[in-house]
Each structure stands twice: as C-alpha cells, then as structure tokens.
Design a protein around this ligand. Sequence first.
Ligand SMILES: *Cc1c(COP(=O)(O)O)cnc(C)c1O
Length: 362
Amino acid sequence: MTNLISPKPGIDQIALYQGGASQLEGRNDVLKLSSNENPFGVPDAAKTALIASANTLHRYPPTDHADLRAAIAEVHGLDADRIICGAGSDEVIEFLCQAYAGQGTEVITTEHGFSMHRISALASGATPVEVPERDRVVDIGAILNGVTDKTRLIFIANPANPTATMLDDDTTRTLAEALPPHVILVLDGAYAEYVDGFDGGAALIEARSNVVMTRTFSKLYGLGGLRIGWGYGPVPIIENLNRVRGPFNLSNTQLVTAEAAVRDTAWAARCLSENTKNRAWLADALAALDVPSDASSANFILARFANQAAADACEEVLREDGILVRKVAGYKLPECLRITVGSEADCRRVVTSVRRFREIQS
Ligand SMILES: *Cc1c(COP(=O)(O)O)cnc(C)c1O
C-alpha cells in the first residue's frame, strides 16, 4: 500500500549528510584524514572527567549548563549569559533554523558552504538560497544581493569548510552592518580555534544585535564522538534558542567532559601549534608536487588538481596506501580533495603517497 502521508515540504529534498569514510577493507593501518578530527585524540583531563561521570548517571543533568557555560566564558573571555550549549554545534544550527526560519522564509548559504546549514534550513521548512563565492572565498556582495524580505538567516563558516579560507574581521563587520534588521548573520566557528588570536566574531556579536556564532568541541578539543558544541549571541536570541532546546539535550557526561577539555588550555595550545607547523609543511610539500592549495585557516587543506579525473585518481592511490581523504564534488569542488592535517608522521605519509601518484601519472 502506498503511504499517503507526506512529510512537510522540503523534507524530501534533504540529501543525507555524507560523513568522511573511516574504514578500508582488509587494512588495519588506515589513516583517517577525512573528517578533520584531532590527530592527537582526546585530552587526558577529558577522559578522567568522562570516567568519573559514570557515578552521576542516575541523576538527570542540569538544564542550564551553568558550569560548562562558566568555563567557556572564563577560558574564552566571554559573557556566560550569551552562551547556549548543544549536542554538537549542529544542534545549535538546528535551534537557529527552528527559532528563526521555517516555511515562507529563506536561508542564505554559499556555493561551497557546509552542508549542515542547508540541511537544517530544509528541515525547518525554509527555502535555502545558495549564492556564489569568488575563487573559493565567501563573497559578501553576492550574499547581500541574495537578501530579500524573506531572508532570516545567513550561514557562513569562518574559517570555511571545505575551502579552509576565511573572511577578515572588517569584512564580516561590513556584512553585519549592511544587513536589514530582519536578518541574523551566523558565523560557524568550528575551526575558529585554529586561527591564533581569532575571537570567532565574539567582539562583533557583543557590539551588535544581529550576529551569532557557533563553536564546537569536535575539532581542536578532540571530542567529535561525544557531540558537544555551543553558540554565542545577543541575549534575546539566546533566550529564543533556549525555548526550542530540549531541557536535557546534554548529558552529565557531555557537560563535565567538555568542561575539563576547555579548561585544558595547555592541550589546546599544543594542538594549535602542531597544526600550524604540520599544515605549512604539508601545503608546501604538496605544492612542490604540483598540488596547490589556498592558504588554510583550519586543520585541513583543500588540495587542487588539474581536473576531477586527476583528483579521483589521486584519491584512489591514497586509498591504496591506506589513507582516507574527502572527495568534495558534492561541494561543487570536483577537482579538489580535502585532507585533514594529521601528525607530522601522518603528513609525511600523505606526501609519500601523493608522490607515488605523480610517478604513476608521468
Ligand atoms: C566539523 C564542523 C562542525 C562541527 O559540527 P559538530 O556538530 O559540532 O560536530 C560545524 N561546522 C562546520 C563547518 C564543520 O566543519
């Protein structure tokens, strides 16, 4: 029998999120560089807190996340009242769409923008409107051209995924100042920690009423498997996001583990400096093999090839060598591969494999 119950408009347009591959058959030495995870794993302080949390699992978690918000505020120099925590920053993105978008509204995303922005917009019933970028960089002129009376949200990842490029503070401020009052600018700061000294847009948020940022524990803090993220915005917006947030959206375990991780500032500093060093080495070594990339502001590089055939052939050689990277044709970048910056040894393994690809080709 045919099912006559249709979902809400937009739901059947959602293409399921494609995660980075994690396994290769018959290999136990797989190097996973397909999801921008931290190559150094989980901070020890977070593991200790996670294990200790087992003793509290009979209790419901706090609904206000006060301790975690206080820790984030203290470490990042922010105002705890403007913070909301979610099951990954993905959940905060969903709260934004649920509270501010929906049927009859438009949500602006960009040509190579992160797919969860579009998925969340569609899930809310809103119409995603995609605007062009310029040479793999977000173009604020194109965004402003795309704004209509129906626009409610604009999503920009800054630094962006999968391009790794970013907008400077003057450009994001210019965009925020040019927006009509019915539009919120969302800066997805999943990679903000990889830019030394960058506040992710916090100062802009504190100075204005129409900017929000999302952040995550999934990248620099090595906790992608536990699902913790947060958002920062004007108090009236945060209040509305809390209205759509489930009261127990984060478990005791998530809360205390994230708190331990954010307080481990030495871990964060070490991961940042390793990433900066290894990223430069990797980008230079690949460029010497005629595989250029734009300057990266994140923990991955977007390697460019002559065409899709070359990118696919290189991905195949990497795969033969047990290395998983990310194809990004779905992001309108068929001639590129996104490669997470691993440890120094990981980066050497990538370069050795790409060199083999070049040798096969010639
Ligand atoms: C990895 C990533 C996230 C993180 O999502 P979580 O739900 O916090 O794991 C968010 N935005 C972008 C652009 C990302 O690349």
